[in-house]
Design a protein around this ligand. Structure first.
Ligand SMILES: *[C@@H]1O[C@H](CO)[C@@H](O)[C@H](O)[C@H]1NC(C)=O
Ligand SMILES: *[C@@H]1O[C@H](CO)[C@@H](O)[C@H](O)[C@H]1NC(C)=O
Length: 123
């Protein structure tokens, strides 16, 4: 490239950047998980808390909340649950059958958008 080609290249590159940055963001609708808590009540009971937030979700929008645990060390007693987006959090009760076991669980929240999130804890 000679000097002239190089400066044309730079100018074209610069204007293409302008085109990209002048594009507009369109509205999205989403739900996202925020915090997970695991509370050992005693040797036979654990309470898992999940909360969520979102963008362009109506507070009265119906959603199903779920918790699945992939282990025979625990049983989730109250999943799925009926919710509205505006509840913003929920708790699940788990019966514990074995202690000191690493358990993998997947929490989910589903309206027309959804999130699913995997986390681990030790019973
Ligand atoms: C654990 O706590 C639950 C609820 O508080 C209670 O019903 C249960 O009897 C407790 N179990 C033990 C082993 O302490
Ligand atoms: C759950 O949501 C309610 C309503 O938005 C809020 O008042 C409360 O502080 C939340 N609790 C937790 C543990 O996030």
């Amino acid at each position: 490239m000679n000097m002239n080609e190089q400066s044309i290249f730079i100018i074209v590159f610069f204007f293409s950047l302008l085109l990209v940055t002048s594009s507009t963001y369109v509205e999205i609708k989403q739900v996202v998980p925020t915090t997970f808590t695991v509370n050992k009540v005693n040797s036979s009971k654990i309470i898992v808390g999940t909360s969520w937030d979102g963008t362009n979700e109506a507070d009265d929008e119906y959603a199903a909340a779920r918790l699945n645990c992939f282990s025979n060390a625990v049983t989730v007693l109250n999943s799925p649950q009926d919710h509205v987006f505006g509840d913003r959090n929920t708790t699940y009760e788990l019966a514990v059958h074995k202690t000191d076991v690493l358990v993998k669980c997947r929490a989910g929240f589903i309206d027309i958008t959804k999130w699913k999130n995997v986390f681990y804890f030790r019973t």
